[in-house]
Design a protein around this ligand. Structure first.
Ligand code: GLN
Length: 272
């Protein structure tokens, strides 16, 4: 007899992943799933599970199969046109929220927002902030807009490449971004979940620093004096990003470590 337990055991998937797929198929909580894991299953449920199992076994990320990913304790819709939010990026959001803490009505810009995870988390965590978010991908912006609506965040979304998206917007108190920062040809692009994510969101197609460079070099013209820029970057890019910021007139330039102890976010204060 087919049950959640018997099929999961032979599924070739870790138990937690099999259970997440079953929860999706049966639309039940994990507690209920486990309490009933020897019940007989309807053949349609088994067929639905088999289809998802095959996708997972072929390497597709759980987040794309389920259609969502948790970030900062909230569920964000994800799609093939968006990067999947990473736990690493919570450091960028927490840094932004710390910075915004004693500001009255700050203007915040998130560049290359993808699912909107950063912009929406900042808007919800700093209700006095007015948050603007950009993306060059129409697919990503549609996902981000739905996420903002579902989560009750007010974010202004603009379409376009980096600063081209801004029409007369400047005077920001804070700019944040998690841009594509993997260099072309990096073997990491051929591994795991990353293989299924949009290349545009992962790699700049060059040395990994070109989007970071564009953002740093254009920031001064859009920031108030004394305002901040915080960027997420790759494990070996902190020094390069600190130098870019210093060359562009930023002071108090510093890098922060993620939970794995890797310098993951670098920022500074614009003082010209
Ligand atoms: N942190 C992601 C990874 O290493 C890359 C995200 C990005 O390029 N912004 O898979």
């Amino acid at each position: 007899m087919d049950s959640v337990r018997s099929i999961s055991q032979d599924s070739g998937l870790p138990r937690l992943e099999a259970h997440m797929l079953w929860q999706h198929v049966l639309n039940v909580s994990r507690a209920r799933l486990i309490a009933h894991d020897t019940d007989a299953l309807a053949p349609e449920a088994v067929a639905s599970f088999r289809a998802l199992q095959a996708r997972r076994l072929s390497g597709e990320p759980m987040a794309y199969i389920l259609g969502y990913k948790e970030f900062m304790g909230r569920e964000f819709e994800v799609g093939p046109g968006t990067l999947i939010p990473r736990p690493d990026t919570e450091l960028l959001v927490e840094t932004a929220l710390d910075y915004l803490q004693d500001r009255l009505a700050p203007l915040v810009l998130d560049m290359g927002t993808g699912t909107g995870a950063i912009a929406i988390s900042v808007a919800l965590g700093a209700p006095n902030a007015k948050v603007t978010a950009t993306d060059v991908s129409a697919d990503a912006l549609a996902v981000a807009q739905r996420n903002a609506q579902k989560l009750g965040a007010e974010v202004e979304f603009l379409s376009g490449s980096w600063y081209d998206a801004l029409v007369g917007h400047s005077g920001f108190d804070l700019i944040v971004s998690n841009p594509p920062y993997i260099a072309a040809g990096d073997p990491h692009l051929e591994q795991g979940d990353v293989r299924f994510e949009p290349m545009l969101a992962l790699s700049d197609g060059v040395d990994g620093l070109s989007a970071l460079r564009t953002i740093v070099q254009g920031a001064g013209a859009r920031l108030k004096p004394g305002a901040a820029l915080f960027l997420e970057h790759g494990w070996d890019q902190a020094l390069a990003v600190r130098q870019l910021l210093q060359q562009a007139g930023f002071a108090r330039v510093a890098s922060l470590k993620d939970l794995a102890g890797i310098e993951r976010v670098t920022g500074g204060i614009y003082n010209q």
